[in-house]
Design a protein around this ligand. Structure first.
Ligand code: GAL
Length: 670
């Protein structure tokens, strides 16, 4: 659930009133000789860099041994940056514990589900619930905060780094202890826990709290509610670490905003960022493009979701890449134009900061083949020239856009971490279901139709949206069912899909036919799920093809319109997609199979027409150009390798051109 937010933006050292984009990178000067630093600052100025994230992995350098501190180098870097007019988002440096700490305290090392120790040698080898780690991390964060409290370059705090990137699930004894405490808080009594976990099944009834374990390697499927609670707990445990560092910093430097970089991207699902967003002063995100047919859609979807969890406030793109990364099976270099286009697509979705990992490409270490702003080739390179050009665009062309909120889109996709977690657990009708992929497919369909859609976490007010898609909304507690019903009663058009409304917050099936609490709203009842085997397909009578899933649907309300029926298979002649108009002018639609982006687009088109929601771009540009709106500014992102004309679209061009150049971004003031 989203919580109340407390967002405030960067504290710029000088001239806080002038709108500007933050532009910069992770800066790791400790990887380079001192002589490089002035050259770095000179090049940063040339590129228009005005902020860097510093000291993210510097623990071993700052505290080389217990009780020994070395701030001299960092003092010098902070001063150099300040003299260069570059602000610092200073990390608390707690992401990678140094060798002396893990040697002294091996009990901080995480343990896998199968009982193996995660040894040092990479990074983030710490248990989120280790009191020993917490103590050392807070000592370090406190020392940094005391040291740099009054430093004029300090503009924000960067807690740890990508909390949970490698250590979200820890099954150690510390985790077991903390998990039990968390469960006591949640349930109060063992009876309540036994009920919630359904422990009457397989003789799992607990008679003492100390009997409860994290879902470690078991003989068969571990208890599903235990698994779901462990996911909730693990997200909370990291959130707790975030809060501990944040509270310490806020006590020492109350005026300096605190953030941590989220990873709203791809299949990173362990952290419920909708729930974390209220814990930071501003939301930051890291995003990396994964090549594939939906790569650009996914970038846009992630940026939209980041805006959604930020509640529409400006957010900070803390990391993305100028070109290739190092951690995919094959690391694709970006084509000319993509560096700027990817950056500006984030800006189109409300980012007021564009930063990269990292400033200078490492010569050594695991990330030496990861691109950077200054590549191995040096500044005489296309990448650096593209960086300089982007800095100029942000500073000279787009500055007035900074701080402008996005306009609410006519439609929305509802995103829910609980449903993501629960719908993909084991021992389900199909292990092939991918929650985020289904949501992304709907988003791709919106893009193909040229209709703007926000991506918002469950709990966001839905009024104002003409149509809302809640794909695979698997967990539907009573309160959520009421919220959805109220939206439809108020004239909203709701669309949901297979495997929605199936369980309550305890992962207990809602009885009497699926989708329990949504049956009446949808006017149908499902007796049985019938997932499809790998490679199996089912034809629909509107020409679409379904995969993954089918449902045996019985229509219970005569007013239901059947939008498409199964044309073959066991359910031939039965409804596959339905829509029930509601008295207040709204409706509730259901799609029982996976249609993929191409199959969803025509169906979504019909649903949008029925809801009275239309695209804003000229017909011929739909699908080829993505439109987002920030106040008076239209962002037009060319998704193709060809120029795209936009007949009838006019305005003052801030950057780009009309027609929109291949892979280009044009911003108009309207
Ligand atoms: C992030 C991380 C950075 C760097 C980057 C590489 O996960 O925060 O430190 O590793 O990925 O893509």
């Amino acid at each position: 659930m989203t919580s109340t937010r407390r967002h405030r933006w960067l504290r710029w050292p000088a001239d806080p009133a002038t709108p500007r984009f933050a532009f910069g990178a992770d800066y790791n000067p400790e990887q380079w000789p001192r002589e490089t630093w002035p050259e770095d600052i000179r090049l940063m100025r040339e590129a228009g860099v005005n902020i860097v994230s510093l000291a993210i992995f510097s623990w071993a350098r700052i505290q080389p041994a217990p009780g020994t501190w070395d701030f001299a180098w960092l003092d010098e870097v902070m001063d150099l940056l300040h003299e260069g007019g570059i602000a610092v988002d200073l990390a608390t440096a707690t992401a990678s514990p140094p060798p002396w700490l893990t040697t002294l305290h091996p009990e901080i090392l995480p343990v896998t589900r199968t009982g193996e120790t995660v040894f040092p040698g990479a990074r983030q080898h710490w248990r989120p619930t280790s009191p020993v780690f917490r103590e050392h991390a807070l000592r370090l964060a406190g020392a940094l905060a005391e040291r740099y409290a009054g430093h004029p370059a300090l503009t924000a705090w960067h807690v740890n780094n990508e909390l949970g990137c490698h250590n979200v699930y820890d099954y150690s004894d510390d985790a077991a202890r903390a998990f039990r405490e968390w469960l006591r808080d949640r349930y109060g009594t063992l009876d309540a826990l036994n009920h919630a976990w359904g422990t009457a099944f397989w003789s799992q009834r607990y008679s003492g709290w100390d009997q409860i374990q994290p879902p470690r390697l078991a003989a068969s499927h571990p208890n599903p509610t235990q698994q779901l609670d462990f996911k909730r707990f693990s997200s909370d445990a990291l959130k707790d670490h975030l809060r501990a560092e944040r509270d310490l910093l806020a006590g020492i430097t109350p005026d300096v905003p605190v953030t941590t970089n989220f990873m709203v991207m791809g299949e990173t699902k362990g952290m419920d960022y909708a729930d974390w967003a209220a814990e930071v002063d501003f939301v930051s995100n890291d995003h990396y493009v994964v090549p594939g047919p939906q790569a650009l859609d996914e970038l846009s979807f992630s940026a939209g979701l980041t805006r959604g969890i930020a509640g529409g406030d400006p957010w900070f793109l803390m990391e993305h890449s100028t070109s290739a990364v190092n951690w995919q099976p094959v690391n694709r270099a970006k084509a000319p134009g993509e560096l700027a286009r990817d950056s500006l697509l984030h800006v189109a979705h409300g980012a007021d900061a564009v930063c990269f990992f990292q400033w200078r490409q490492s010569a050594a270490g695991a990330e030496k083949y990861h691109s950077a702003m200054v590549p191995h080739a040096g500044p005489d390179s296309d990448v650096f020239r593209a960086v300089v050009a982007l800095g100029r665009t942000l500073r000279d062309d787009l500055a007035p856009v900074a701080g402008t909120p996005n306009e609410q889109a006519p439609a929305a996709i509802l995103f829910d971490w609980e449903s993501w977690w629960a719908s993909e657990q084991d021992s389900h009708p199909s292990s092939r279901l991918r929650y985020r992929q289904e949501a992304l497919d709907w988003y791709s369909a919106f893009l193909a139709l040229g209709v703007r859609a926000d991506v918002v976490p469950l709990g966001t007010a839905l009024d104002g949206y003409g149509l809302v898609v809640a794909p695979v909304l698997h967990v539907v507690p009573d309160a959520v069912a009421k919220e959805l019903a109220a939206y439809v009663e108020g004239g909203g058009h709701l669309v949901t899909t297979y495997f929605s409304g199936v369980v309550d917050e305890n992962d207990h099936v809602r009885l009497g036919g699926y989708p329990g609490p949504l049956r009446e709203l949808l006017g149908l009842r499902i007796e049985e799920f019938a997932p499809l085997l790998d490679g199996e397909r089912v034809e629909l009578d509107d020409g679409a093809t379904g995969t993954l899933w089918t449902d045996r649907i019985t229509v219970t309300d005569p007013a239901v319109e059947v939008l498409a029926s199964y044309a073959g298979g066991t359910f031939a002649g039965r409804p596959a997609a339905t829509r029930l108009p509601a008295p207040g002018g709204g409706s509730a639609a259901y799609v029982s199979t996976r249609l993929g982006p191409a199959g969803l687009a025509p169906l979504l088109g019909r649903l949008l027409t029925a809801a009275g929601v239309a695209g804003e771009l000229p017909e011929e540009a739909r699908g080829r150009v993505e439109l987002t709106v920030r106040g008076a500014y239209w962002f037009l992102v060319n998704r193709t390798d060809e120029p795209v004309e936009l007949p009838g679209v006019t305005g003052e061009v801030l950057t780009g051109a009309l027609p929109v150049p291949p892979r280009g971004v044009t911003v108009l003031r309207r």
